[in-house]
Design a binder for this molecule. Structure first.
Ligand SMILES: [Zn+2]
Ligand SMILES: [Zn+2]
Length: 167
């Protein structure tokens, strides 16, 4: 989707409301296709005091198995994108600035890139998901299993606790 922003560059205090949806269901994320529903993009592009800014929020519904228990978990991630758009680059390159050619911005490409970068490395059904028992394979969110009382080496348990606290 190409936005023509010529009028924003030509006029001050102009704004262009944005409300669109992009299909990112083909995006392969570690072998999964978690963005089953279209990503909704809402916000504006506006000009103020000679500066053209794009400010949108992408709402992504992320559907994937929980990393710990394997149950399908759905989470909504809001990915904000805030960028200054320039038609010619004056200073050094800056991540917050996008150089656009011929006053055109490919919004799909920008959203695609930002959403992929913002996808979680870890996906849990809840932050205190108990996972599955290593011994019997029971989903411990459904209640404890018989093996739960067998604690291993206490030093390992402490290490495990530390690792879990970092999640
Ligand atoms: Zn889980
Ligand atoms: Zn068990």
């Amino acid at each position: 989707m190409i936005l023509d922003l010529r009028s924003l560059f030509a006029n001050d205090k102009e704004s262009l409301p944005l409300d669109c949806q992009f299909d990112l269901s083909e995006v392969d994320f570690f072998g999964l296709y978690p963005l089953k529903k279209p990503v909704s993009v809402k916000g504006t592009a506006f000009s103020r005091a000679g500066i053209v800014t794009l400010s949108v929020v992408c709402e992504c519904e992320y559907t994937a198995p929980c990393d710990r228990c394997g149950n399908t978990a759905v989470k909504i991630y809001n990915v904000p994108i805030e960028r200054v758009l320039v038609s010619e680059l004056e200073n050094d390159e800056n991540d917050e600035i996008i150089l656009i050619e011929d006053y055109k911005l490919d919004l799909y490409e920008l959203v695609y890139t930002e959403v992929v970068l913002a996808m979680p490395n870890k996906h849990l059904c809840s932050k205190d998901c108990k996972g599955i028992c290593q011994e019997c394979g029971k989903n411990l969110n459904d209640g404890p299993c018989g093996c739960a009382t067998k604690t291993g080496d206490p030093r390992l348990a402490a290490l495990r606790k530390l690792l879990e606290d970092n999640d």
